[in-house]
Design a protein around this ligand. Structure first.
Ligand code: C2E
Ligand code: MG
Ligand code: MG
Length: 722
């Protein structure tokens, strides 16, 4: 039982009514009441405003004023205590007005009796308490919502915003009064808003919220100023008797995204040049490969670039200059490709370029040429004028590639090929280059088997006398007829054979076979002074077997020593000069002739030519090849010829491909040459045809007056061709 009495105030200007009411109160059984009376409007209002009582009974008539006015004023002043209005007689209109004004109940005085009044008071108090609780929790709810750091909004079934908190205002820039009642699409990024409107806003809300209920999803919002931003969103549906509501809690994640983006960028880009790094490039290449699988017509290409002299620049001018050069190169490469193409720094001085959707093979080689010419223009770095060039490996997309690794491996092989072929050029990958990628063990095995299975062939390239057109000499060049890969050129397997030591047996076989062949020809063409020029490798030169083998060849009478010439390169000799000198001297003593091969590409020191017993030097084909277009190369050739003359050395020009080269070489006094102009290296049977019928190439001789002193016999020999 409640022990605190309920404080009741009657506001009534009629004393009789007070007494009557008092009596009724005395009859109350259940509750304890304290009962007070005020007889005028003004004091009554003061009591209400001060909230002195638990419940008020207010008479409709209060002198000049009415109880209804008092009720309204009290409610306006914030009174929450229940007010029961009393009237003389029942009046529906007043009843309604009273309820609307906030009265807890409405009673007719004449019907007033203890049970009725007691019940009315009880219910009114209970109701008021419930209301108060609701108000409290609403206020709590509001303060929680308003103080939340996340934007919170409520959207009704029609997609209109019905609740908006302070964080929402901060996030979107709309004040509450500007946004309430507006569709929630005003807060969505354009692409989402369009989609939502397309399929229907209500459908979208239903779908999104039911699908992702309880989850946090990422979307994009739009601020009042129109700017869009990433946000995180969680939502729920709220079904009430008044309809369905959707709540959304949103958080602007622009800052987090920026950090994530930065981290992602840093992880996938090279810090120096800002270009995509190797890992990122790999991913992009994988995408391109996948695309080709779906759309076989889609073709792409990769250029693998390696700078030719970067180490020299880096070591010579310092890392700071080196770094600046890399940045400048990155810039030129990017400026040299289309916007969709991707230039990446693959590592060190290597760059890779993914050319997306390339039309033709020619288009790709054109780009490679363009990039090469862009890189050859000098770079101004600090106070230095830096020159560089790049070797480029090109690979076209091909349905057989499954992963970026094999693709890049082959691009790299092509790039190496370009380096070996003289740098500052490009090479397109072909399957034979696969050999380079075989692991050493497999290559070694294959090489060993190749000897057993007689897979090697010696090809012969005629060395032509430029005065007479006669061909009495050949350079022997080894070929590997691989059972799976077909003919493999020496540049692809000789380095591996060197590394694995297999070059020794291979070289021995080549030497033996070349001597056997030339011995055979010498017997069949006894009038000719035929000779053969055989290449040696560094390992072979230093191997004790070499001398033994040469002696054996001489002893067996296969070949007279002066019919054999051995070619060594400058670097082979200079790497171990003392030991090399010993071997070369011994060979010389045996009567073998020695040539220095690829002259001009190594140290080219004069003392080297003096010290070693060479009879001949072979001008590297890189100079001969450029004679047509490059005055500097011609100057080098001229200098080498003068030098050779002074040192009493014979000269062979390698790689002669055009007639102008032939004319110039002859004018410069060069007597011997080999090159595609006359013949490529050919199999023994084909070489034999040259011996019987002469070269297919006709020396250009105008009738009667030759610009070149070619003797009549030779002209006959050369022109009687097939
Ligand atoms: P090398 O001794 O300088 O041989 C000349 C190379 O130039 C040959 O390449 C020949 O085919 C090529 N060549 C000749 N004329 C022209 C021309 O007009 N234009 C062009 N573009 N090229 C021309 P090949 O046969 O591929 O041999 C490459 C290198 O492999 C040789 O260079 C040599 O160093 C090495 N090599 C070849 N056979 C042997 C061998 O039996 N033993 C060793 N140790 N090395 C060998
Ligand atoms: Mg050679
Ligand atoms: Mg050479």
């Amino acid at each position: 039982m409640n022990t605190t009495p309920i404080r009741v105030l009657l506001i009534d200007d009629d004393e009789e009514d007070y007494i009557l009411t008092r009596y009724i109160f005395d009859e109350f059984k259940e509750h304890q009441f304290s009962f007070d009376w005020i007889d005028n409007f003004r004091d009554g209002l003061a009591a209400l405003n001060e909230n002195r009582y638990d419940i008020y009974l207010v008479d409709y008539r209060l002198g000049e004023r009415t109880g209804l006015e008092l009720l309204r004023e009290a409610v306006r002043n914030g009174c929450t205590a229940p007010i029961i209005l009393l009237t003389g007689q029942g009046d529906k209109a007043i009843d309604l007005e009273a309820m609307q004004a906030g009265a807890a109940d409405y009673l007719v005085k004449s019907e007033l009796a203890a049970p009725l009044l007691e019940r009315a008071i009880r219910y009114s108090l209970k109701h008021a308490r419930s209301l108060e609780e609701i108000q409290h929790s609403t206020a709590k709810f509001h303060s929680v919502i308003q103080s939340a750091s996340d934007a919170i909004l409520l959207v009704n079934e029609d997609g209109e915003i019905t609740l908006w908190n302070k964080a929402a205002e901060k996030t979107f820039g709309y004040r509450e009064e500007e946004i309430l009642g507006f569709p929630v699409t005003s807060l969505m990024a354009a692409k989402y808003a369009q989609k939502a409107l397309g399929v229907g806003l209500r459908y979208t809300l239903e779908k999104v919220i039911s699908r992702f209920s309880g989850q946090i999803i990422e979307a994009a919002g739009r601020r009042k100023d129109g700017s869009e931003f990433p946000l995180e969103l969680s939502g729920s549906v709220w079904k009430t008797s008044e309809g369905v509501y959707y709540t959304a809690i949103l958080r602007d994640i622009t800052a987090r995204r920026a950090v994530e983006d930065r981290l992602l960028h840093e992880a996938s880009h090279d810090a120096l040049t800002g270009l995509p790094n190797r890992a990122h490039f790999r991913g992009l290449l994988q995408n391109a490969i996948n695309k080709t699988k779906i759309e076989p017509a889609h073709r792409f290409a990769v250029l693998f670039l390696d700078l030719d002299r970067f180490k020299v620049i880096n070591d010579g001018l310092g890392h700071v200059v080196g770094d600046k050069l890399l940045v400048a190169i990155a810039g030129r490469l990017q400026a040299g490709v289309r916007p969709g193409d991707i230039v990446s720094r693959f590592g060190g001085d290597e760059f890779t370029i993914l050319l997306d959707s390339v039309g033709s093979f020619e288009a790709v080689t054109e780009i490679a040429e363009r990039l090469q010419s862009k890189l050859t223009a000098p770079f101004m770095i600090d106070k230095y004028e830096v020159f560089t060039s790049a070797s480029i490996g090109i690979i076209m997309s091909d349905a057989s590639y499954e992963n970026p690794e094999s693709f890049l491996r082959d691009a790299d092989a092509a790039m190496y090929r370009a380096k070996e072929a003289g740098k500052a050029r490009y090479e397109v990958f072909n399957k034979a280059m696969h050999v380079r990628n075989m692991n050493l063990l497999r290559m070694e095995n294959d090489l060993r088997k190749a000897i057993e299975r007689s897979e090697f062939r010696v090809f012969y390239q005629p060395i032509v006398n430029l005065r007479t057109g006669a061909t009495d000499e050949f350079e022997s060049l080894v070929r590997w007829n691989h059972p799976e890969l077909g003919f493999i050129p020496p540049v692809d397997f000789i380095p591996v054979a060197e590394e694995t030591g297999m070059i020794v047996p291979v070289g021995e076989w080549v030497l033996e076979e070349s001597c056997r062949q030339i011995g055979d020809w010498r017997r069949r063409f006894p009038k000719r002074q035929l000779s053969v020029s055989v290449n040696l490798s560094a390992k072979q030169l230093m191997h004790p077997n070499l001398i033994r083998q040469v002696k054996e060849i001489m002893r067996s009478g296969t070949l007279h020593p002066d019919c054999l010439k051995l070619e060594v390169t400058e670097s082979m000799v200079m790497d171990n000069a003392e030991a090399a000198l010993e071997v070369l001297s011994e060979l010389c003593a045996l009567g073998v002739r020695l040539s220095t091969d690829d002259f001009g590409t190594g140290y080219s020191s004069l003392s080297y030519l003096h010290r070693f017993p060479f009879e001949r030097l072979k001008i590297d084909r890189s100079f001969v090849g450029k004679m047509d277009s490059d005055a500097k190369s011609e100057e080098i050739v001229r200098t080498i010829l003068t030098l050779a003359e002074n040192l009493n050395l014979e000269v062979v020009a390698e790689g002669i491909e055009t007639e102008p080269q032939l004319f110039r070489l002859r004018e410069l006094g060069c007597n011997l040459a080999q090159g595609y102009l006359f013949s490529k290296p050919v199999a023994a049977a084909e070489a034999e045809r040259v011996l019987t019928h002469g070269l297919k190439y006709k020396f250009p001789v105008a009738a009667g007056q030759s610009p070149y002193p070619i003797d009549a016999d030779t002209v006959l020999e050369v022109t009687k061709i097939q």
